[in-house]
Design a protein around this ligand. Structure first.
Ligand code: GFB
Length: 321
């Protein structure tokens, strides 16, 4: 396999690179990984995207590059969250069609309908409007699923739409205005501890989320790239529904792991809670794993959070923030 990895310096891309660095994880010795970032290619530009494909001639593409961000970035920049993802996806689909590359493209559980029954499964993707806080992003990613079907029926393009729940881990974006909840709270907790202040958690702390450790996602992406029958449609990547935790519980764990202490947390209820929950089932993934990786186990949240807190402590001066 000649794998092109876009967005290779990001949370997901860097986890896949790290996995590849360990030779034993390589799908085969002949497999090569070609990493691309926004500094070498503007994927919103058709010519530069095609030039990248001409250089790499990929048999497989893992499209990690995307305009992503937490609740508050989605509320602040809905146009870019929608438009830039549409532009990148359009160029990636067209170049994959031209080069006959097998493609993995990332959606997110926030794109499912907001008013729905739980747990959510893959068949419910288009059953109603998403949460208004990220509608532009959500429809841009729903459109990727629609185009995945379209390219399959018209050009037999082999593409897999993977739908992860909230991702976290090393090399995340810790920039306070744009970050997702876990990197934002870790960054704020470290600053609060150093300044002897309180950790300010936005909202009530009541919303519920399922969190996926980036190292787990990387392992699952390589398994899916090798073995998943893409005609089976999109697939949710998530620990089980009962792994769901409240934002308040996550904040308390982060306050403990950063040494700030749970007693130093305050909730700013003037800030938005966003979606209350987006509980997703992972039955499709579990049946895939039963066949292809029965010994796979998700990293427990406490273990992943502790490791991510330590990672940011040791990379505080160099990480994205
Ligand atoms: O991770 P997050 O930004 O995204 O926020 P969503 C999750 C929850 O954490 C919300 C609370 O209830 C926030 O109110 N929260 C508390 C904070 N403190 C903070 C903080 O300092 N920063 C942030 N960001 N949140 C996103 C979608 O929704 O999920 C994206 O908007 C994407 O498009 C992502 O899909 C995975 O889980 O609410």
């Amino acid at each position: 396999m000649r794998i092109l990895l876009t967005g290779s310096a990001g949370l997901c891309g860097s986890a896949i690179q790290a996995l590849f660095a360990d030779e034993t994880n390589k799908p085969s010795t002949e497999t090569t990984l070609h990493c691309s970032t926004s500094s070498d290619t503007d994927l919103c530009n058709t010519a530069s995207t095609e030039a990248l494909f001409e250089r790499v001639q990929p048999s497989h593409v893992i499209h990690c590059a995307a305009r992503v961000g937490g609740l508050f970035k989605n509320q602040r920049e809905p146009v870019e969250m929608g438009r830039l993802n549409l532009l990148m996806q359009d160029n990636i689909f067209e170049s994959c069609k031209k080069h006959g590359s097998r493609l993995i493209i990332f959606l997110s559980t926030c794109i499912f309908p907001d008013k729905t029954s739980y747990p959510i499964n893959e068949s419910m993707l288009h059953d109603g409007p998403p949460h208004p806080s990220n509608a532009a992003y959500a429809y841009s990613k729903r459109f990727a699923e629609t185009m995945s079907h379209a390219y399959r029926s018209e050009y037999s393009l082999d593409s897999i739409c993977v739908i992860p729940t909230n991702l976290y881990g090393p090399n995340d974006n810790f920039e306070l205005q744009d970050a997702h909840v876990i990197p934002a709270l870790i960054h704020k907790a470290i600053l609060a501890k150093r300044a002897g202040e309180k950790l300010i958690v936005a909202g009530s702390g009541k919303p519920l989320r399922q969190f996926l450790y980036s190292k787990d996602l990387a392992i699952l992406i390589l398994l899916l790239l090798k073995h998943y029958d893409s005609s089976k449609g999109p697939i949710i990547i998530s620990p089980s529904p009962d792994s769901e935790v409240s934002i308040g519980d996550v904040a308390r764990l982060i306050a403990t792991f950063t040494g700030l202490g749970e007693e130093n947390i305050v909730f700013d209820t003037s800030k938005s809670d966003g979606q209350n929950k987006k509980t997703a089932d992972n039955l499709k993934l579990k049946s895939f794993l039963a066949e292809h990786a029965p010994s796979f186990a998700f990293t427990p949240l406490e273990e992943g959070l502790r490791a991510t807190c330590q990672w940011m402590e040791s990379h505080f001066d160099t990480c994205r923030k």
